[in-house]
Design a protein around this ligand. Sequence first.
Ligand code: C2E
Ligand code: CA
Ligand code: CA
Length: 669
Amino acid sequence: MTQPPLTPSASAGPCTGPVPRTPEARAVAGVPTGRSVAARITAIYAAVAGAWILFSDWILTDLARSVHQVTLFQALNGAVFVVATSALLYALVRGYAGRLSGLVARARISEACVRHVIESVPDLLYTRELPDLRVTFISPNVTAALGFEPEDFMDDPRLWRDQLHEADRDRVTAEIREQLEDKGAFTIEYRLWHRDGVTTRWFCDNGRLEAAGASRCFGVLTDITDRKETESTLHYLTNHDPLTGLLNQHGVGLILDNLLQIARRRNTGLSCLCLGIDRFSHLNDAFGHKAGDEILVRVGQYLREELRASDVISRVPDGILARAGGGRFLAVLLDTGVDGARALAERALEGLDRVVVHYGEDRIRIGARVGIVGLPAHGGDAVQILSQAENALHRARGGAGGPVHVYDASEEREDALAARWLDRIHAALDKRRFVLHFQPILHLPTWSVHHYEVLVRMREPDGTLVPPTRFIPIAERFGVIDRIDYQVLEMAIDYLRRLGGARPDIRLAVNLSGVHVGDTRLLAWLRTRLESAAVDGARLIFEITETAAVEDLQQARILMDSLRALGCRFALDDFGIGFTSFIHLRALPVDLIKIDGSFIRNLDTSAEDRALVQAITKVAKAYHKEVVAECVENERILALLRRYEVDYVQGFHIGRPVAMSPERAAGGQ
Ligand code: C2E
Ligand code: CA
Ligand code: CA
């Protein structure tokens, strides 16, 4: 904001400064001085008196007839002279005095106006003297803004400098001088301490020299504290997670870019850790968002303390911690190689094992995994490193190599490939290019087919069909699997709707990924879908792998119970490979056990497999579960399974998965 420089008259305040420059002020500037008034009066008096003295004697001498008359005329002349000059003096002095008092009145009005203007603007107006920028005038509202009286600044020439915030002090005086030298004016923002010594206020200072080369500056200080506070709140919010007070992904990215440069310059190590809370979204769903928040805050606090206490960080104070969203945290360790980071991660996980979050009646235990990435040998920016750390976390979650995974350069190519697959999956989802195939499941006691397994394929733009083994693992790793499952389920329900009452015996077995264990959205979604399609829930069987169900038995039970309430049934898929087996059969409300194909494929040649399949069938039946054998590829295997009293068989020998229209299905083909 630029304002016309203002300076009050001498009587407007403690200012001893220059004459005001308003129009009224300029009029006051035209007031004749005492000496010029005196000179004018004297000159007029001298002219009139001189003329009288010169000419009156001649006139009187001409008129006088005698000496007596001369004496009389001279006496008269003297008297007239005194009266006339007195009248003249009176007129002159009165005229000038009247003009003077008019000017003084106008000056008073203009002075009052200036004072009013100064007091009514919220900004502080000032004058300062170079070279030390000493304040020579400042408007009275400085008291409201900073707690000082204007006189305090006049009395103490160093006051303004002393009140400058330490972080601004050197910068401000140097910049003001530089800008004044450059262009005779300056604009600068800085903080001034309040007299209370506790608070500071931000000001924007706009000043300029009275004239080129002058030593006096006029200026305006505008209080910009509110704007600065809003700016800093915005800055904080864009870089921090409001829940934990830690940096967020954006904030850590900014800092990491700097740390990368430092590490490369110093030629020292740097590593980045990505810690993910196990099944965080499920904890959130199961215990509610408040409990989820509580978990995040506790884990954030724990990690902060752990990093502070750790050898790695105490040696290097530059470790930073951030919450990356969801249940993931990021830590960047400067001067620390991947070995140091791994040691820290293992210690942190061990400690986290002992952290229990009390939420109402619940005591929630927290498990986590960590992905680690070191400083890339060639290039690599913050975005790349953070995404590699996330990929390492995915690997820690998916792999069998323990809860800590260190990213390896060879994984980079793999990840790039996976990213391309991910794009193809998203495109197929958006354009609804997934297609369903159906594989018959034969009921051995009745030798009839009433149920089919639904197997998804991805159709590429050129028409080729991609098998699920190519894209399901990537979809699972990158969290797209639930979108696929929902779309498949939607298509399966639509298939049953179009089938109508033609084949009421047909049931579809749909594969459900492990991510749905704890998915609280599924129940309501499914209920609405079934209702709007007028399809009975009893026509759906969900296949969920044994490993996924056993990983979180409690949540798996909740999911199964809730969907069973709609009439749906459950099959435990790939049974036998998890070796966690039998005891869980009792705990889980499943109707069918699907023995994994790897035990069936060689059944005719492997005595071990035969023993195992027989044992599984016996135990399952003891728990009143029906048994399905998959991957039945020949007649011999089929005969063995009939002997073991397996209930259902599925495999290429019975029928390959095929795209089947409801009409064909209705025709019984
Ligand atoms: P799965 O659930 O164990 O499905 C059985 C797989 O074995 C299917 O492979 C099927 O084509 C194949 N198969 C059936 N009979 C035979 C046989 O006699 N011999 C041999 N060698 N293989 C046989 P597919 O269709 O490639 O599916 C592979 C896996 O992909 C499935 O294993 C399942 O885990 C997953 N998947 C398929 N569709 C979906 C889906 O809609 N959602 C989810 N989440 N996963 C799915
Ligand atoms: Ca299956
Ligand atoms: Ca299976």
